[in-house]
Design a protein around this ligand. Structure first.
Ligand SMILES: [Zn+2]
Length: 426
């Protein structure tokens, strides 16, 4: 059966300009065609009877179709707690992870990369979603945050895996792979959201970084680094990491930025969390969190601008789950990247085609092109006019994953064949 979405404007997640009077044809969970309606017509006219017989047609007049958004940096185990305390007893934590995963999907985030889960519970949640027991997004998982001995391991007890020395680091990587990790997370420098953590300080020594990357690559897993300070960033890029998260002080060394561009290392700037904290009622946020964010936010925006202008690949990562940074509001990160200097279209690409590249999943998803997974969102407002509308539930009409509607507004009048078995309310 063929599902045909027509009469819309298509923003396909590649660098192609928006297509007006577009048509998207979906079958078997994949995109069969995405482009101009006239192009489709020319293609199917010779076998018109065939396509007419078994198709559902949806008229999306004046609406905008984009790929399902991909957030490359989330924490499903956090719900935006003001003091950044994620802890919950095991059963409650599993439910919290599931609930947060569903909030992403219902907001049009069809894929998340979780960078620091909790006691491996996110793997159980992913299995339940994959079995079809619950609606949920695609999940690319890192398992635990591999870190040297430091205070963060006490603050985020279920998230960290402490490893000191190259041998222990290798063992920590093997554990994540055993649990089903798709990517390995390395804590290269101190953190903003750890009390007493020094974001500029390098944590792992170079031999430990090399051991981690080598071990991960042995299993075909990419490595992402949590890093703020330039010394750590420089060393980890030399060691061969694939994506840089935060990158706060990257602007301090344009040579490192050049290297990132040359080697295709992605930057995931995670700007939203800092702005949410800075704009918060001060009384709700512990002073140490507020002060550190005020000290680092301008630097992070400057680093993004310089990296973007130097041709570094940018991927969207909201860091949702961190203080006042709520699941479902992820897409505001797209707006903050635009405010830091990306064009509106490049900010959208960072959350679609480029995000898929950052995950290494771009061969089969992330853009609306023939052959790719039919993950898409339908908005009433034009995101290119105001990127904040991507996070506006008044604008989001429905969400499709694998060619089926998995989230829709209550009472949405769509053919029932269109819906997945489990459907969330937007
Ligand atoms: Zn994070």
């Amino acid at each position: 059966m063929l599902t045909i979405l027509s009469n819309c404007t298509l923003i396909d997640g590649t660098s192609r300009a928006p297509v007006n009077d577009a048509l998207i044809a979906v079958s078997g969970g994949r995109v069969v065609y995405a482009g101009s309606a006239s192009g489709w017509k020319a293609r199917v006219e010779p076998r018109r009877n065939e396509t007419d017989r078994d198709s559902i047609k949806i008229d999306l007049r004046d609406q905008y179709v984009l790929p399902g958004l991909i957030d490359t940096h989330v924490h499903l185990s956090g719900s935006g707690e003001a003091d950044s305390q994620f802890y919950a007893p095991t059963g409650q934590m599993a439910l919290k992870i599931l609930s947060n995963a569903q909030k992403n999907l219902a907001a049009g985030i069809t894929t998340v990369r979780d960078l620091g889960g909790w006691s491996e519970l996110e793997f159980d949640v992913r299995r339940a979603i994959q079995r079809g027991e619950f609606a949920g997004p695609r999940m690319c998982l890192a398992g635990r945050f591999i870190s040297i001995t430091e205070a963060g391991a006490d603050h985020y007890a279920g998230m960290y895996r402490v490893a000191d020395g190259a041998d222990e680091v290798r063992k920590a990587v093997r554990e994540q792979v055993k649990h089903g990790a798709d990517v390995i997370k390395m804590g290269v420098t101190g953190a903003v959201l750890v009390e007493g953590g020094a974001p500029g300080a390098t944590h792992f020594n170079f031999d430990e970084m090399q051991a981690l990357v080598e071990e991960a690559n042995k299993f075909g897993k990419p490595v992402e680094m949590h890093a703020h300070g330039i010394d750590g960033i420089r060393k980890a890029i030399d060691a061969g990491v694939n994506t840089l998260e935060h990158g706060t002080y990257l602007h301090q060394d344009p040579n490192v930025i050049q290297q990132m561009a040359q080697r295709g290392v992605f930057l995931v700037p995670t700007l939203k969390v800092g702005w949410d904290i800075i704009h918060a009622e001060e009384s709700t946020i512990p002073a140490w969190i507020m002060d550190k964010n005020k000290a680092t936010q301008g630097e992070a925006a400057m680093s993004l601008k310089m990296a973007y202008e130097a041709g570094v690949q940018i991927a969207m990562g909201s860091d949702v789950g961190t203080p006042l940074n709520y699941h479902g509001e992820n897409a505001l990160e797209v707006y903050w990247m635009y405010k830091a200097g990306l064009s509106a279209m490049d900010a959208i690409i960072a959350a679609t085609g480029n995000a898929a590249r950052a995950l290494g999943w771009n061969s089969w998803m992330g853009t609306l092109e023939a052959g790719k997974a039919a993950d898409l969102i339908v908005h009433e407002k034009n995101p290119l006019e105001d990127l904040r509308s991507l996070a506006d539930k008044q604008s989001l009409r429905f969400v499709m994953k694998d060619g089926m509607v998995v989230a829709a507004r209550a009472g949405e009048a769509l053919p029932k064949e269109f819906f997945a078995e489990k459907v969330l309310a937007i």
